[in-house]
Design a protein around this ligand. Structure first.
Ligand code: ZN
Length: 426
């Protein structure tokens, strides 16, 4: 048993002093509060937050950083970026995927990210070795120590009703039966103290409706979370309407799947507000990836009345890995689009608290991971803020969270703990 005590600890609604966090031998929080046992580790000059949960990542895309940011042929788009990403996929072997994944996951730990939902779709080796890159990904995650939800992607069509071609062959799930055999094999190998599994039908353009219904139904029967890219581009909606009697992807999902809290729609950039609301009212989660959506020029979603707790955040393409930037850009995108301040507020009119919730408990709900809050029974996944950091100077107990969310970055992150072990220290 270790007992941590920082100067200030985030207890869900505010920072409190005199709070001790007892962590059991398994790495779970045993008790929180003014505990009798003295601190075994005194974190002086620090404030503790729950570890950040990154609900949507493609780790290998870390390999594109700094590339594709020049436009000699004129403006690019999601689709021109995708061509560059496919070129990276063509060059990706087991070793390179492992390197890029380790690089991305270590950078995540240094950014206070303790859990990642890895939306993993490059399955097969360059030499055709079946599912070889799944193994490389698992090994890299274990080396980094980050908590992993492997969102194993089901990908089978190169556009609605079209065969997969080129780089996409590396993604091929082949059939529901083969996919579930693979899921069974993965499930047996996971360490429940650090790893979990989710199903990820890639998007409405990457699999047929029958496969989608099958994969979703089987995932729910197994108690797995389901993540899916939804309406990131207008083209996806137009193609879907053309193929499916005028229905949008969200209308199709509402019609064909039993949406619930285990479902997460990623992006919803071009979703009609009423259709998004129907999906969220059914209990589903929405994962925004504001830095990637900005980098790709996707657009800004209309976020009217997103229920509390339904919002999660992801670093997606990993062009920049910073949950604090994801938090503030979720809000800033809305401010720029609406020309008003205080868009993503909670019931008490607080923005930073709502954004922190999206980056912690919202992500944990989306991934089905027992983390995201400093509470007994949850994994002891924690972030230490350095109260002496220059960029936080002037903070008070009342403004510390806002100072961090709106004014600071990774330089204020002094340490990251996963399962009661400090994996990063500045
Ligand atoms: Zn994505």
């Amino acid at each position: 048993m270790i007992v941590l005590e920082a100067d200030w600890t985030w207890t869900g609604a505010r920072f409190e002093s005199g709070v001790r966090v007892a962590v059991d031998g398994e790495g779970k929080i045993a008790a929180v509060g003014a505990l009798a046992p003295p601190a075994t580790t005194r974190l002086a000059g620090r404030a503790l937050l729950p570890g950040f949960v990154n609900a949507h990542s493609h780790a290998f895309q870390r390999g594109l950083r700094g590339q594709g940011e020049r436009f000699p042929a004129g403006a690019g788009s999601f689709w021109t970026w995708r061509e560059a990403m496919y070129r990276l996929v063509e060059s990706l072997g087991v070793e390179r995927l492992g390197e890029l994944t380790r690089l991305a996951f270590r950078e995540m730990l240094a950014a206070g990210i303790t859990s990642v939902g890895e939306f993993h779709y490059v399955h097969h080796g360059r030499d055709g070795a079946d599912w070889a890159l799944d193994e490389a990904l698992l090994a890299a995650a274990r080396e980094s120590g980050i908590r992993l939800t492997l969102l194993q992607v089901y990908y089978r069509t190169g556009g609605i009703g079209l065969p997969i071609t080129g780089a996409q062959k590396r993604f091929d799930a082949r059939s529901p039966a083969e996919y579930w055999r693979r899921m069974d094999a993965l499930a047996k190998r996971l360490d429940p103290a650090r790893e979990s599994l989710g199903a990820a039908p890639h998007s409405i353009r990457a699999l047929g409706l029958d496969d989608l219904v099958q994969v979703h139904r089987e995932a729910r029967a197994r108690g797995l979370v389901v993540h899916m890219h939804v309406e990131e581009t207008q083209k996806e909606i137009d193609d879907c309407r053309a193929a499916y009697n005028g229905l949008t992807p969200l209308e199709l999902l509402a019609d064909r799947l039993e949406l619930d809290a285990a479902f997460t729609a990623v992006h919803a950039t071009h979703s009609a507000p009423d259709q998004l609301r129907t999906c969220l009212d059914a209990g589903a989660n929405l994962c925004l990836c504001p830095l990637t959506e900005a980098n790709l020029g996707d657009g800004i979603p209309v976020l009217a009345r997103v229920p509390p707790g339904a919002l999660a955040l992801g670093t997606d393409s990993n062009a920049r890995i910073s949950m604090v930037e994801e938090m503030r850009w979720a809000e800033y995108g809305q401010r720029l689009a609406r020309e008003e301040r205080g868009a993503l507020v909670d019931g008490a009119g607080e923005v930073a608290r709502r954004l922190l919730g999206a980056a912690t408990s919202g992500g944990a709900r989306s991934l089905g991971v027992n983390a995201g809050a400093i509470e007994p029974g949850r994994w002891a996944d924690l972030v230490e803020l350095d109260l002496g950091a220059h960029e936080l100077a002037g903070w008070t107990r009342e403004t510390l969270l806002e100072s961090f969310v709106f004014g600071a970055g990774e330089r204020s992150i002094a340490g990251t703990w996963v399962g009661g072990k400090q994996l990063f220290a500045r």
